[in-house]
Design a protein around this ligand. Structure first.
Ligand code: 13P
Length: 288
C-alpha cells in the first residue's frame, strides 16, 4: 500500500460516526509500532509529524522514505496517511515536496484575513498533488514544539469561512489543549463543537490534544462530528514509563540487556497497547 491522502478515510469516518487516530511519530520504533497495530486491527491510520519531529528524525525526506519503506517491507495493507502536524507556511512546502500525503497548515495565530489568504494558497498547491489539507481555527492550548496556544474556543462563523475555502478537514479549538490536562480543566465545550458542526455540515472535524480527555468526552465529541483525534503525549508517557521500569529493574545490566533492541522493546509494546486502546475507543477497528 502506498501513502494515501486522509480525505477519503475521514469522509468515511464522518459518515460512519467513528474517528481515525492521528498518532505522532518520533522515530523508527514509534512508526513501526503504530503501523503494526493498525495492520493487526485493520484500522486506517494517520501518522502525524510535527516540524520539530521531522527535524529530529533528520528531515522530511528521511521521514517519507522511512514510512514508505515500512509500508512495503512490512506489507501494510491498511490506508496510511503521512500528515504534517501544525505546519508553518514554509514547513508545508518542505513536507509537500518530500512526499507527505496530508498537510496541516496552522494559520490560527494569524488574523482571519491572513489565515484565509495563506490557507487558500496551501489548498491550491496541495490539491494539485492530491494531498489533503487540514486547517485550524482558534488556537489549541498547551505547548507543542515550543508553540504555546491559549486554548480558545473557535468562532463557528470563522470555521465556516475557512471550511468553505475547500479544506478537507478542520481543527477547531473547543477548549482542548496539547499535553497533560491540568486538574482544573473545564472540559470540552460541546456547545461550541455542536455550533461548528451545524455550520460546517459534512466537513470532518479534528480534535487535537487527544491525550488525557476522558473516554466519555471523546465518544461524545465523535457523535458531534469529530472524525480525527490526535494523540501524542499518551504514547510518549507510555513509552517513558515502560522504559523506566526496564531500567529501574536493572534489566539492562543482565546479559545482553543493554542491546538497544532489548532496551526499546518494552516501550515499543507500550506504544502498541496505547494505540490499540485508542483505536478501539475511536471505533476505527475493522474499518480499513
Ligand atoms: P496530545 O499530545 O495532547 O495528545 O496532542 C496531540 C496533538 O494534538 C497533535 O497535534
Amino acid at each position: 500500500m502506498y501513502l494515501v491522502s486522509a480525505t477519503d478515510m475521514l469522509q468515511k469516518a464522518k459518515a460512519g460516526h467513528y474517528a481515525v487516530g492521528q498518532f505522532n511519530i518520533n522515530n523508527l520504533e514509534w512508526t513501526k509500532a503504530i503501523l503494526e497495530t493498525a495492520e493487526e486491527l485493520k484500522s486506517p491510520v494517520i501518522l502525524g509529524v510535527s516540524e520539530g519531529a521531522a527535524k529530529y528524525m533528520g528531515g522530511y525526506n528521511v521521514v517519507v522514505n522511512m514510512v514508505n519503506g515500512l509500508l512495503k517491507d512490512q506489507n501494510i495493507s491498511v490506508p496510511v496517511a503521512l500528515h504534517l502536524d501544525h505546519g508553518t507556511f514554509e514547513g508545508v512546502y518542505k513536507a509537500l515536496n518530500a512526499g507527505f500525503s496530508s498537510i496541516m497548515f496552522d494559520g490560527s495565530h494569524y488574523g482571519i484575513e491572513e489565515n484565509i489568504e495563506k490557507t487558500t494558497q496551501v489548498i491550491k498547491d496541495c490539491h494539485a498533488k492530491g494531498v489533503s489539507v487540514e486547517a485550524e481555527v482558534g488556537a489549541i492550548g498547551g505547548e507543542e514544539d515550543g508553540v504555546v496556544g491559549m486554548g480558545e474556543c473557535a468562532d463557528p462563523d470563522e470555521c465556516k469561512q475557512i471550511a468553505d475555502l475547500g479544506v478537507d478537514f478542520l481543527a477547531a479549538g473547543i477548549g482542548n489543549i496539547h499535553g497533560v490536562y491540568p486538574a482544573n480543566w473545564a472540559g470540552l465545550s460541546f456547545e461550541t463543537l455542536d455550533a461548528i458542526q451545524q455550520k460546517t455540515g459534512i466537513m470532518p472535524l479534528v480534535l487535537h490534544g487527544g491525550s488525557g480527555i476522558p473516554n466519555e468526552m471523546v465518544k461524545k465529541a465523535i457523535t458531534l462530528g469529530v472524525s480525527k483525534v490526535n494523540v501524542n503525549t499518551e504514547c510518549q508517557l507510555a513509552f517513558a514509563a515502560a522504559t523506566r521500569e526496564y531500567i529501574e529493574a536493572g534489566k539492562d545490566k543482565v546479559g545482553k540487556g543493554f542491546d538497544p533492541r532489548k532496551v526499546l522493546a518494552p516501550g515499543y509494546q507500550a506504544i502498541k497497547a496505547t494505540v490499540k486502546e485508542k483505536m478501539e475507543l475511536f471505533g476505527s477497528v475493522g474499518k480499513a
